[in-house]
Ligand binder design. Sequence first.
Ligand code: ADP
Length: 633
Amino acid sequence: MIYIPILLIGMTVTGYWAYLTAYDSVREREYQLLTQTLTLNVLEIINERRELLIESGLENVPVFRDAYQKEVFEELKSLQQATNRHFAIVDKSTESIVFSTMKVPVVLNTQDASSAMIASRTVAFGESNVNDQDVLFACAEFNPWNWKVTVLQPAEPLQSSLFTIAWLTFLVTLLAVVIVSLLMGRVTQILVVSPIEKIKSAASRIALDHKKVTIDLQQNDELGALARDVEAMSGEIEQYVDEAQQANRAKTDFLAVMSHEIRTPLNGIQGLAALLLNTPLSDKQKQYASDLKSSASILATVINDVLDLSKIESGMSEVDVTEFDLDVMLNELVTLLGTNASSNNTRLVYKSKNLESVVVISDITKLRQIIINLVSNAIKFTHKGTVSISAKLKESSTENVCENRLVIAVKDSGIGIEPDRLVHIFDKFTQSDSSITREYGGTGLGLAIAKQLAQLLGGDINVVSKVGEGSCFTVTANVQSRLKVETSNDLASVRDANSAKLPAGLKVLLAEDNAINAVVAQALLEQLDCVVEHVDNGLKAAARVEEGGIDVVFMDVHMPVMDGIEATKRIRKLSGTLGHTPVIGLTAEAFKERHTVFKAAGMNDIVTKPVTVDALQESLLKLAIGQEVTDNK
Ligand code: ADP
């Protein structure tokens, strides 16, 4: 397409030049014919008559001269009819017309005429206007009779032939432009566009699956060289990506192992501290036990933060979208964190706009984690003030699911952040002041995680803060929303969930090889009025289930002799109802991908260590195990 205007300009210039050349040569030819007619025909006719007069010695006899001149006029008249050219003779000294073949004879203005020597005579020629008509003329003098002889012809036929030339030139130019454009387009398509398209599609493939590509391009020009370079580059990319993925897998494996190794004893410490606090203790012992418990929970937070961050950075954190009531979730958070706020003499308030009766579709876990982090910080850094959460959706929701933008602002009237610290506040391991660590604790990872989680949800976190006045963190996220249509079934299931209770005497088999964790889990299950039997490997667990009488199995994953996964598979192979015995996995592995593997092996649910009474109860209620047992009884 780009060629067309360029060609059009080029060809127009060339065409115009060709037209001018043709125009000049046509005029040249016409003048040649005209001057030849004048010199070879007209002047010859006149000269012949005069020579006849001289030969007969009558040159100076006026009657004979007039007769001979009349013969000349007659011949010119017939020549006019034969050639369609007009002839005029003017007396040089009087400028009076002697003869003319024109109907209205005029004396021609020949001042601007060009001149040339033809057959040793000076001939003037040019263009003039006679009786409102353009004419071409040629004139020469015939001195013996004192005549100026002129030949003229209308310019119109010449003009119309020039007009035809102009049109032809234009059409030929246009045709040439179209043909040349098409040819160039085709050639460009073959030599340039199609190779570039091949390279472009190869580049897209590389971007998509980071694999080595081969480009079907045999050219030996620059594009061919580019294709070879892209192929070589794709090979290197494949290699780098493989290496990066291997390193990532190694990192993930390392994290999974570390997570497991650290969480297992931590589970013991937290559990035992909790159990210890439930026994009769002196005040001092109570203080030690509660310090032990809070130290363990700080350690657990740090481990969770590091694991979260590594998971996000290794790209393993996937967005798990579900439908939920954001308003309810935020109200629950306010209740949960309200106690911390009151102990800091701080008021925690929540207000929402257009969230009522709205279902939000997003990753509730990530959203909750972000808000808990921001609100906990706000409470931590505010004494005797107010922390407010305000949430709104940019668009109002309809009954149909539609894209929306969620904005949640967490504002506090706390200590604020120094401007030079504010720019680094979302960096990892950043606290606005080293004295903060001493005074408030924390790792400086919370905001980094929250920001990355918000970015995973297609949004971000921004902050404005003033020292001594407070801070405001604003979270945005891309979500979907719709108006809630509450059915009677929903209401019934909410009621059921709220009123569900575990029956006493649930027969639980606990398969756990770590003695301390077994003691903790058993004690916690006994707090739920369960009757617990303990085995220390998967083989024994499967054998015990086969004997019958077990309502539910809590199965550790990593165990000697036979691990939890293998044992679960065995249980699933048992015949009858035994094969359907609910199995809840107990694991220190925090990664959801691993949980999926456990579930695929037949586990009904997973509880992550460190285990709590609430987590155990929630899992049992979720699987309606208590319900089934009650129904069976
Ligand atoms: P930490 O786990 O140490 O709280 P964060 O990443 O959550 O780590 O926060 C980093 C630092 O940002 C905090 O140590 C604190 O100095 C500052 N900060 C975060 N939130 C607030 C707030 N609401 N008011 C004042 N300072 C804050």
